[in-house]
Design a protein around this ligand. Structure first.
Ligand code: HSE
Length: 438
């Protein structure tokens, strides 16, 4: 069979890794795919710099539309990132009848529904394993390996940069800003690090996981997003004293009222495997009704780990290219006419447990006032710890762990606690998840 021809949009870290893996494992990949997969064209920003990859076999251009318009190309691999011009390029490739492989989480989270509808209409595939958790085959795992299950929840460490920062803050007792600078120096952070540290990158990935887990459309605009930039060393240390680690988790959960879709710093019991996923590594827990909880762990970024997912998609697309489109695995795991309209719950309606830290005047009755406020809102206390912080000012820090309650009640309680004359400043609130197998 003649080789399938691939055009790359972008030849940076992931593009270079993809070429390296395709070349190194050429025979093995052909044995799997049933025919050879060859890159014949690449769009690059710097033609001169890209010569090192070209070796005469790849036509280089600096106009990406040359690739999507080239009738010789069967599969376009989009590795430019961002929304513009990536969206136009992907839509044009689909329009031209080409299959697309993309690592672009933002593009899919925001324009996925439109892109998949266009691909469906045209009978082409859009594969996106590399968009979530780099080298971990979590899309295939949820979409195919767990297809028997009713997925109950998915929770993941899906941003390596923020996980690196949290790990360093805990291990070295370092401050957020210092560790962020280190992450940037090491090249982990996205071009705009706010996407990493403010939870946006994780929310893009979570939106995709939620869509394939529950068979709902992509709804990034309804995700609740809170990053790690306001976390203090102190909270990380107190959490540890109480037996917890703080991780930036993406959590999506099916409830009776709708779907929770949220990214925020989360206290996790330290005995959970995922609480021990450190540095830039990613991990995703998926809870299915039949299988229970499963965890996938691995590199969430990097040239070859991400290329591992891109090439796996190329193999998949190559195998299925001649198949009847109606018999392929649906893009979003569920048949496009069988998507659910379950609403995404506003954060006020989310149910979880909480860590609260507050500074109070150290005098009789303060704790009684606080516990009365919590009791009136039906919030049950799980644990409490008092730390003397300032003898001179007679102020103490109080840490309270609550049982599961609804977010709007904790917000009401926090407002009332902050109004007490004996409370100094704001209450710090961090959500907690037990991530039980059951
Ligand atoms: N910037 C991302 C991360 C890498 O830190 O996980 C790729 O998605």
């Amino acid at each position: 069979m003649k080789p399938i021809k691939v055009g790359l949009l972008g030849l940076g870290t992931v593009g270079g890794g993809t070429l390296t893996v395709l070349r190194r494992n050429r025979e093995e990949i052909a044995r799997r795919a049933g025919r050879e997969i060859v890159v014949t064209m690449a769009a690059v920003r710097d033609l001169e710099k890209a010569q090192k990859y070209a070796d005469g076999s790849i036509k280089l251009t600096n106009n990406p539309f040359d690739v999507v318009d080239n009738p010789e190309i069967d599969i376009v691999v989009e590795m430019i990132g961002g929304l513009k011009p990536a969206k136009d390029l992907v839509m044009m490739a689909i329009e031209n009848g080409k299959h697309v492989v993309t690592a672009n989480k933002a593009l899919l989270a925001i324009h996925g529904s439109e892109i998949f509808a266009a691909a469906q209409a045209k009978g082409v595939m859009v594969a996106f394993e590399a968009a979530v958790a780099g080298g971990i085959p979590i899309i295939k795992s949820i979409r195919e390996g767990l297809a028997a299950n009713r997925i109950e929840w998915i929770a993941g460490i899906i941003n390596g940069t923020s996980n690196f920062i949290l790990t360093e803050m805990r291990d070295k007792g370092a401050d957020f800003a210092d560790v962020l600078a280190e992450a940037q120096r090491l090249g982990y952070a996205e071009a705009d690090p706010t996407f990493d540290i403010e939870g946006v990158d994780a929310a893009h990935k979570l939106t995709i996981l939620s869509a394939i887990g529950f068979g709902i459309p992509m709804q990034f605009d309804k995700a609740y997003i809170e990053g790690i930039s306001k976390l203090t060393r102190q909270d990380i240390q107190y959490a540890e004293e109480l037996g917890y680690r703080i991780k930036l988790l993406g959590i999506t959960k099916r409830t009776e009222k709708g779907i929770e879709l949220r990214v925020h710093p989360t206290l996790i019991p330290e005995r959970r495997l995922i609480a021990n996923v450190d540095g830039v590594m990613n991990a995703v827990l998926v809870k299915g009704d039949a299988v229970g909880a499963t965890m996938s762990y691995g590199a969430g970024a990097g040239a070859e780990p991400t290329a591992s997912s891109v090439v796996a998609d190329l193999v998949d697309v190559t195998r299925m290219a001649t198949s009847d489109p109606s018999n392929r695995v649906p893009h979003l795991a569920f048949q496009p006419d069988a998507l659910s309209d379950a609403p995404i719950l506003p954060i006020d309606e989310v149910r979880t447990a909480y860590y609260l830290r507050l500074t109070a005047q150290d005098k009789p009755g303060v704790l009684a006032d606080i516990t009365r406020i919590l009791a009136d809102l039906e919030i049950s206390i799980d644990a409490m710890m008092q730390k003397e912080v300032d003898d001179e000012k007679a102020q103490a820090e109080v840490i309270i762990l609550t049982h599961v309650t609804v977010e709007k009640n904790i917000n009401a309680a926090i407002a009332k606690i902050e109004d007490l004359s004996s409370i100094v400043g704001k209450v710090t609130r961090i959500r907690m998840e037990s991530l039980n197998r059951n």
